[in-house]
Write a protein that binds this ligand. Structure first.
Ligand code: HCA
Length: 443
């Protein structure tokens, strides 16, 4: 049966995020650190749902043949995607595949909308990974892509020379010359994090000149801490497709964080790149991902509550006078404010622990937070319109668990008071852009 040619009907935006949380994100060591090891089916369904509601149109998953679990999850994730088509339009599910017919078959069987092909092209990959020389890579890739293009004309095809930034420019172009006739995008993964903004700009200029009609895709690892800078440089140089993950989780030190990228594009006033992304959902989606990993949103993530937490008494006083003293950025537009932080049925125990301890100043152990979270999850489903989830949580904490707020010294005003006051005194965003309001319950 021929699939409808959906991609050809889609008009790509100035910036298309290809989220790879469920592919490269699953290669993060954090899953091991926290004894979690893999995302469950439910985790994946919730993440896909949240990404689609956030406005992401391309989601990369493992090739289904990676494991029976991955294969079965494909069907479940397609169902989630299908259930949101009326509300959010179509979202393309892409399979990350080796240049191997079995990978292709499994992805086609699973109903993938596109195939993200990759094969190592650097000396290192050629010598120590697959052992093929450049001519073999070219022959293999071109033959397979030609066949796939002919048999499955509706599929979106991407080709990446893995380790592109350690691949000589001439070598990369030789390979890309032979695959270019078949693909919709050419990837330039910085697999081991060696790129710099300068090398990114140069590489993109070369590729754009040589393949003017093919979109480029970036995937930047953070080994030097440059992933975000490299991505911003790539976007400025006209790269339309960018791989990101929630919280930037991926192999080793990770890749570009989705919300960090969009936040920075906003700060740099690149508003055309933000079309269709629900920026107010940024913090909630980060909380969701962190919760899955059994941690808090990391402090190095720009869209985090940490950037609104002031501990030094002097800072707190200044912030009470005017929040801009220590807060330069409009994080509230990205959902970092009290109404967005919490507290839907999916709020995990760690955000509940954080909320009660750091924001509401209850002395509380993790074990108690876990118990409260269980009670809260039951109660929150029975919410009346005039009772906030936060009030339910506080009632549980105080009445059922006997917690009492810490008395603070006068100079230390709880952050919540500050947030309440800044909510009304903080000037609106100065750029005149109206952002859609988005609340946490959707996740
Ligand atoms: C991998 C490597 C990869 C692939 C990126 C891509 C990388 O985990 O297989 O397919 O574009 O960083 O090169 O993530």
């Amino acid at each position: 049966m021929t699939e409808p040619p959906r991609f050809s009907q889609y008009q790509p935006r100035a910036l298309e995020i290809i989220d790879t949380t469920l592919r490269d994100g699953q290669q993060t060591s954090l899953l091991h650190d926290h004894y979690k090891y893999f995302f469950t089916r439910t985790d994946k369904e919730e993440i896909v749902r949240a990404l689609i509601i956030y406005g992401v149109k391309f989601i990369e998953l493992f090739a289904p043949l990676v494991s029976p679990q991955e294969r079965d999850d494909w069907a479940a994730l397609r169902e989630v995607r299908d259930s949101l088509i009326t509300q959010k339009g179509y979202t393309f599910l892409l399979a990350h595949v080796r240049c191997h017919p079995r990978d292709v078959e499994s992805a086609v069987e699973a109903g993938a909308d596109g195939l993200n092909f990759y094969i190592g092209t650097s000396n290192e990959s050629r010598s120590f990974n697959h052992g093929n020389d450049l001519d073999t890579i070219m022959r293999k890739a071109a033959t397979l892509l030609d066949e796939v293009r002919r048999n499955y004309p509706h599929l979106i095809l991407r080709f990446s020379g893995e380790d592109a930034f350690r691949t000589r420019e001439d070598d990369l172009c030789r390979v890309y010359d032979v695959v270019a006739p078949y693909v919709d995008r050419l990837g330039t993964p910085d697999t081991v994090g060696v790129a710099t903004p300068l090398s990114v700009a140069r590489r993109i200029d070369v590729l754009r000149q040589r393949y003017p009609t093919i979109d480029l895709e970036g995937h930047f690892h953070d080994d030097r801490g440059f992933a975000l800078y490299n991505t911003l440089e790539a976007v400025r140089h006209g790269m339309r497709y960018i791989n990101t993950t929630l919280l930037g989780i991926a192999e080793r030190s990770g890749i570009t964080s989705m919300t960090a990228l969009l936040f920075n594009l906003y700060i740099d006033r690149e508003f055309d790149k933000l079309e269709g992304y629900h920026l107010r959902g940024s913090y909630p989606i980060n909380v969701l991902a962190a919760d899955k990993l059994k941690m808090l949103v990391p402090p190095k993530e720009p869209v985090s509550l940490t950037n609104r937490t002031h501990t030094a008494g002097v800072h707190q006083n200044a912030v009470l006078n005017d929040a801009s003293t220590y807060e330069a950025h409009p994080l509230d537009l990205f959902g970092v404010n009290e109404t967005e932080i919490l507290l839907g049925p999916l709020s995990g125990w760690n955000i509940i622990h954080y909320f009660l301890k750091e924001i509401r100043y209850y002395p509380i152990e993790e074990a108690t937070a876990k118990e409260i979270a269980t009670v809260f999850k039951e109660r929150v489903y029975q919410l009346a319109p005039d009772i906030s989830p936060e009030q339910v949580l506080i009632d549980i904490a105080e009445q059922q668990f006997g917690l009492a707020r810490l008395e603070l010294p006068k100079a230390v005003t709880p952050i919540v008071q500050r947030l309440d006051s800044t909510a009304t005194t903080r000037p609106p965003a100065s750029n005149g852009v109206t952002l859609p309001r988005h609340s946490v319950e959707i996740f």
